[in-house]
Design a protein around this ligand. Structure first.
Ligand SMILES: O=C(O)CCC(=O)C(=O)O
Length: 327
């Protein structure tokens, strides 16, 4: 039995009127001439349905990776594959526009306690997440069941969050990434950096729930942003600790971080003033969580308990979605 979450084809809701299936085709033209796919991924945990990618995108996405990867392993403990780009040029902009327009996003807030001091954290970017760790899968009805027993996890095994299946538009990219890399992924985390003021500070994705030496595929769409990597502090004080390596990630690029990269290095997207960053950037990471703790962590810090945001094309910004609270 497959242990990976699946896109729930049996769960696709009937398309809304505007998106209704046209005889003899999968897409429909709406009043403004935009082509929209007629199939949707839906699930009770989604605030609203997410369309499949239109064929204009999937037909070309199937040619990914657009370039062979460069191996970067010339510094201690660093092991990267750098695809420049992975996503073919013709669809970089349409794919960015599609994902920004169709996803539900969150601005997660939480408190951390360091000793007696409690600090309020306002995540400096929009986030959303889909997936389920290896212990469980979604059945055809969209319910979470234990991978081994086929029964809903209960008692001490019950989930405290509400896991969401990966929508088909992201699952296609996940499958391609698995084929390219030979690694398995069960989670998709999405960041939206609306401007150069949005960022992610130095951290490593080295949580126990990812297992040893996790392999993480990280995609960029939209604005180019600097990705900084530095070695974690060691008694030897290697130069890579104080002189970060900079990868200017451009639309369509993919970096695969593997080996000891997470256990020995940290990475960040620093704030930038003005310039290209103001156009917005989407980052997608595919990861493989091994335990329920990973699922709890990813939903806590990427969905949280606040309201939903959705792209407003007219205003050119994310706005609070009127449909309500988190699904
Ligand atoms: O946006 C990026 O390229 C990095 C994202 C990241 O480090 C993360 O989500 O943990």
């Amino acid at each position: 039995m497959s242990k990976r979450p699946r896109t729930l084809d049996s769960f696709f809701s009937p398309p809304a009127t505007k998106r209704s299936r046209q005889a003899g085709g999968d897409t429909s033209k709406v009043a403004n001439g935009e082509t929209t796919p007629s199939q949707l991924s839906n699930h009770p945990t989604y605030p609203f349905a997410v369309p499949h990618l239109p064929p204009e995108i999937t037909d070309i996405l199937n040619f990914a990776p657009a370039q062979e990867a460069r191996i970067i392993n010339d510094r201690p403990d660093l092991d990267l594959l750098y695809f420049q780009p992975y996503i073919p040029k013709e669809i970089q902009r349409p794919l960015f526009d599609f994902l920004r327009r169709e996803f539900f996003f969150y601005k997660v807030q939480y408190k951390i306690k360091r000793g007696p001091v409690e600090t309020q954290i306002n995540t400096p970017r929009y986030t959303t997440v889909f997936g389920l760790d290896e212990t469980s899968i979604f059945n055809d009805a969209g319910e979470v069941i234990d991978s081994a027993t086929g029964k809903p996890p209960s008692g001490k095994d019950a989930y405290t969050c509400k896991p969401r299946p990966i929508p088909e538009c992201l699952d296609m990219l996940r499958r391609l990434t698995e084929n390219t890399t030979g690694s398995k992924f069960n989670f998709a985390l999405v960041n939206y950096y609306a401007s150069g003021a949005d960022s992610i500070s130095y951290h490593s994705d080295d949580e126990k729930f990812l297992g040893p030496d996790p392999c993480i595929a990280s995609f960029t769409l939209g604005a180019k942003r600097d990705f900084l990597l530095r070695h974690k502090k060691t008694p030897a004080a290697h130069p890579s600790e104080s002189q970060p390596m900079k990868l200017p990630l451009a639309s369509g690029d993919m970096v695969l971080m593997r080996g000891k990269t997470q256990s020995c290095w940290e990475h960040s997207i620093p704030k930038r003033k003005g310039g290209e960053a103001e156009r917005g950037r989407i980052n997608i990471t595919f990861r493989r969580a091994m335990t329920k703790g990973g699922t709890a962590n990813y939903y806590r810090y990427n969905v949280g308990d606040g309201g939903v945001f959705k792209w407003d094309g007219g205003r050119g910004e994310m706005v609070a979605w009127k449909g309500g609270e988190t699904g």
